[in-house]
Design a protein around this ligand. Sequence first.
Ligand SMILES: Nc1ncnc2c1ncn2[C@@H]1O[C@H](COP(=O)(O)OP(=O)(O)OP(=O)(O)O)[C@@H](O)[C@H]1O
Ligand SMILES: [Mg+2]
Length: 649
Amino acid sequence: MAGVRRKSRRSLRTMLIVWFLLFSLTPLVFVTGYSVQKYEVAIDNELSQRLVGNAREISVILDDFEGGLQQRKERYIKDHRLIYHLSVNEASAVRALGVNWLKGDFATSLTFFNRDGRMLASVFKDSKGDVREFAVQPNSAIYLSDQNLDKLKKVNEYSFVEFSSNQKISLILFSKVIGVGGRLVGYLEQLVDLDSVFLDRLKQRMKLELMFLKPSGQVVVATHQDFYLYKKDFFQEYTKSPQTKFFELSVRSNPYGFIVYPLKWGQSQLYLALGASKVEAKAVLRNVNYTFLTVVGAVTILLVITIFLASNTMLKPLNDLVEAIGSMQSSDKPVEIPMKSDTEIGLLTESFNQMSRNVAQAKTDLRKKIAELEATNSELRETQARLVHSSKMISLGQLVAGVAHELNNPIGFIYSNMSHLREYSDKLIQLAEAVEQNPGSIAELKEKLDIEYIKQDLPKLITSCEDGARRTRDIVLGLRNFSRLDESQLKEVNLHEGIDDTLNLLAGEVKNRIQVIKEYGEIPLVTCYASQINQVFMNILSNSVQAIDGTGNIWITTKLVSQAEGEMVQISFQDSGKGMTAQVMENIFDPFFSTKGVGQGTGLGLSISYGIIENHGGQIQVKSQVGIGTEFIITLPIQAVPTGAATKV
Ligand SMILES: Nc1ncnc2c1ncn2[C@@H]1O[C@H](COP(=O)(O)OP(=O)(O)OP(=O)(O)O)[C@@H](O)[C@H]1O
Ligand SMILES: [Mg+2]
């Protein structure tokens, strides 16, 4: 619609923003996501390394314990006093030795057995670190287990770990005490407890959460009560695994990174689980994420603003263009857009202005041309009307000439008969008067006036005059029928009569020269404008008469045919005239096409006939061969339905 600003279906600006954001943010998100993930892995690796280091440190502490126990054992079992007191089963003396030794020892307890495996004395440090004695109930004895005795049969010493249900593990070194001559005098058990106090110290120093696990995964002692709640299956996965795996565990909803590290003490295997807090690392990671989000947000805002501003500079001229094109449609004057830049957009504006000027110019030219054409057209219409009129006048002239010629003959011989009739009537009057005055002279007078001849010739003359008068009457009747001036309405018409009337009018030209062979079929009355249809017959038949040089034939056939549209009447006019070339045949229905000389043919006959037949809902076809003849076939519906206003001819 002219002047109405149309809205684009999709906004270029939105598309630009979406695409730019997509292309810039996707790599940013990808790279940052990847880095954050890598960073997290790196943090875990680092933590895992640190934990392994700590585990090794603890392993060294255990080794130190072993070394310390070994050193002291060497001293204790070689002590003569111990050897002596053990061999004589002097429990109190052995106990006194033990108390003395344990005071300067890091071990938790020392226990002495005689050679039969019966406990003689046991001293230990209480929770305050004071050395105390283990009181054996009177009348009862404690023995080394058979299992331990068995083991010590083969070796001189033997170390293992005892997992106590009392939230501690004990590192134990059993040794034989050998007397003079290699004689076994008893056994020494040195024991170091690793309990929560020990672990807490490590925890303080290393800032770690720690626990000792059985090979089954069960927690024996831990720095945090919560760890005891874990089922042994939970850690079993890590104690079974040959590699140290890093895993995350929540301690009081704080994230911790853990490893489980295998340790060995003598014959026994135990596991140490150590965990370091990931809170700080997580905080750093969170900061990285926040930074990333801030960057993304800032980039997005910057991009949107940039695109908004950039698209404004690009879209404003485009919108101006769209508006200008809209107003160009409704205006004849060139629409000019002011040029604001010398970029490609400026170039586009310039081109548009140029185009707008050209279009305005073209519009003006076009209007002028249309006005000229309209004038020429109305001139042409007038000329055509004049030509049709003059064609009518010429046809009328020819018709009048033919009719005059036709009328001339009968009236001619009526006229020439008249002098004889006058002569005969004079003679008959003379005879009648003689009969009155002188009846005797009748015979003589009869002879003289040749009454006998008159008697024979008079009826002939009268018959001849009658013929002439009838012929004249026929021609006048034919003329009236032909023009059918009284019948301008649709009427039911006998087409055969129309053809006959036309032939009558053409009789002067047809007579003696052309033989007309009629084959009229059984056709019904046809509803049509009779005078128009007669004019068609006249145009076609006079063309045929003119096409026959000298003598020839015209065949007129009528019949009823069935077509898709229903029953139709078909009239064929065939002549043995000179025929037409294909080129002539292509043009015969065009107005003013004529092969006849100037003044002889207007070239309107067939074009008018074509219009009349079309108007009646019929068809007109032509077949022709040069030198052989031409056939025009007219097909008319029985109930002719004029397709428009009847052609005025
Ligand atoms: N039966 C025919 N045989 C040969 N040529 C014909 C015949 N009928 C028409 N034509 C050719 O068609 C041309 C056009 O015919 P049309 O009746 O329209 O015009 P015209 O006869 O030339 O002029 P007008 O009818 O005005 O006297 C003729 O000039 C003639 O060349
Ligand atoms: Mg003609």
